[in-house]
Design a protein around this ligand. Structure first.
Ligand code: PMP
Length: 554
């Protein structure tokens, strides 16, 4: 039996050959976006170097070349998903825009007050919010289907929600958190029994399984190129031709018209009716190359290989104390979400990042799912065929270390009692090498911070703009010097709080306002390494202290 040659596959991805902060990069955030192979990057660049012109409209050769690449990509997608006609493939900028297109063009003109839209608890925000907006404008209602223990859409619950008022059922083929293939064949058949349209969000499925929209017989299917090794800013909406023909345009302008006159405008034929303005021609050409790339590999072999990685990952996680998978059993694709008891998921993700391992933590754009599962958030590891067994083993080893290392907290606030705390920290950080060591120091500092009394952790002390919950309160002594106390539910934020408090404690309002905090962060080597949200969180803490000082100095 031939097996999947992951090394040859991986070799084609230039970014994966790089180091990150002097360590090999382990990229386990593939459900968010995948890396791009050379073939796709080359096509993107060569489009601009050899074929750049606007599509469809001009009579010159360059435009013909651009149009050919653009339309060839559409035919490739049509064949890739086995759509009946090329007119059924609409270019969008991603799965999100595809859903918005249906919500506006079909939803706004077909929904009446009290009509029902059925979604599931596991939907991505992209398949919830557009429906909420449409429901608000039309008076339609949203009904939500529960999940079974393994995280699949529960058909009994769907049957109970179905009624003659159901007009739309819109669900994910695979949830971006649970990694389970939903029984969409049954969902589509049930939609037909009540005359509702079926919409399948294939954003996660498309990279992991073969698709045949004619066999599925759904009304709409949509996905983004960037989750299947293609460029960002390119998406597909597949829709049945009869439905698309009867829908009004989503956006309007050039390209989507046949004739325009102040006495009236007529619209272009499919698919152009839905493609107003100049499209992402480079991205779409490169998406054509992406499909060639994928078809150059055996998808069943890739899926088998992903299955092997997944079972190593699950058996490794099983041995780590406190790990709880958020759904039972083995996911159908290598997307695994879990929590670790006693640890904030952002702490774990930040610690892994310091070892060059990229995973995702948080709500994963599925806040209603977190609410349904009664979770604040979780950690998600998502794999692709360029990942290796060695990477999975290394990840498990590091995660074990991280979990074991955080269990010896002994909070004392000792550093913050010191008047020269900021100098102590500068010396400490100047002696660290690399981001991983600095990260470890931040986590150690987090341990020093005493928990703030519960009654002080309230609305007033809450720091807004921080990714995790964080609180700050202040006291002034007779010399008008401030002492701040702070807390957070994430250890990494607790560490950052110590760093900020070290700069501001035991200072008067004037001294606080005069202190050059950006220079201080620079000397600590912090800002450029913090994630944008966490970096902003750090600045939110600073802003809150400066606001207190400004108020006092007026
Ligand atoms: N649906 C699902 C299931 C997703 O995972 C995502 C992306 N995380 C989306 C929709 C939205 O995709 P995009 O951001 O590419 O529009």
């Amino acid at each position: 039996m031939t097996c999947f040659d992951y090394q040859a596959f991986r070799q084609q991805f230039p970014l994966l050959q790089n180091q990150l902060n002097d360590q090999p990069l382990i990229y386990f955030d593939n459900a968010a976006t995948t890396q791009k192979p050379r073939q796709v990057l080359d096509c993107y660049q060569s489009y601009y170097q050899e074929a750049n012109a606007n599509v469809h409209r001009a009579s010159h050769q360059l435009s013909a070349r651009a149009t050919q690449l653009f339309e060839q990509a559409r035919v490739k997608v049509q064949k890739f998903i086995n759509a009946r006609a090329v007119q059924e493939i609409i270019w969008t900028k991603g799965a999100t825009e595809s859903i918005n297109l249906i919500a506006h063009s079909w939803g706004l003109s077909h929904l009446q007050p009290d009509d029902e839209i059925i979604l599931s608890h596991a939907e991505h925000h992209a398949n919830i919010v557009p429906w909420q907006l449409v429901a608000e404008r039309t008076g339609a209602k949203i009904k939500v289907v529960t999940l079974d223990e393994e995280g699949r859409l529960n058909l009994t619950s769907l049957k109970a929600q179905l009624s003659s008022k159901t007009r739309i059922i819109s669900v994910a083929h695979i949830s971006n958190v649970l990694g389970r293939i939903n029984p969409i064949e049954e969902v589509i058949a049930l939609a037909k029994t009540v005359g509702a349209i079926s919409i399948i969000d294939g954003a996660q499925a498309i990279a992991h399984m073969e698709l045949d929209v004619q066999r599925l017989d759904c009304d709409f299917y949509l996905f983004s190129a960037h989750k299947m090794f293609g460029p960002t800013g390119v998406g597909v909406l597949y829709g049945k031709q009869t439905l698309l023909e009867n829908m009004s345009p989503y956006q309007s302008g050039g390209e989507m018209i046949k004739t325009v006159s102040f006495s009236g405008t007529s619209f272009n034929t499919l698919p152009f009716k839905f493609e107003a303005g100049t499209p992402n021609i480079a991205g779409i050409s490169a998406f054509g190359a992406t499909i060639d790339f994928i078809q150059g590999h055996s998808r069943p072999l890739m899926a088998d290989y992903e299955g092997l990685l997944l079972s190593s990952l699950l058996s490794g996680l099983d041995k780590i104390r406190g790990v709880e998978l958020i759904s039972k059993g083995t996911p159908d694709i290598p997307v695994v979400a879990f929590t670790i008891s006693g640890h904030h998921n952002h702490d774990i993700a930040a610690a892994l990042d310091s070892f060059g391992i990229a995973v995702r933590s948080g709500h994963h754009c599925a806040m209603p799912l977190m609410e349904y599962l009664n979770l604040d958030g979780c950690i998600r590891v998502s794999l692709a065929p360029y990942n290796s067994q060695e990477e999975v083993e290394h990840f498990i080893e590091v995660l074990n270390k991280v979990v074991a290392g955080y269990n010896d907290a002994n909070p004392s606030n000792s550093l913050l009692v010191n008047n020269n705390a900021s100098d102590v920290l500068i010396t400490l950080f100047e002696n660290t090498k690399g981001w991983d060591q600095r990260h470890r120091e931040i986590m150690m500092l987090g341990k020093q911070l005493k928990r703030m009394p519960k009654e002080l952790r309230n609305e007033q002390s809450l720091i807004s703009g921080c990714e995790s919950l964080a609180w700050l309160s202040s006291n002034k002594n007779d010399q008008l010097e401030y002492s701040f106390t702070a807390d957070s539910d994430a250890k990494v934020i607790r560490g950052l709080l110590v760093i900020v408090l070290a700069a501001y404690n035991h200072k008067t309002a004037e001294q606080i306002l005069a202190f050059d905090i950006h220079h201080y962060f620079d000397r600590l080597g912090l800002i450029q390494h913090l994630s944008p949200s966490r970096g902003n969180g750090l600045l939110a803490i600073v802003d809150k202290i400066l606001a207190i000082a400004r108020k006092a100095s007026i």
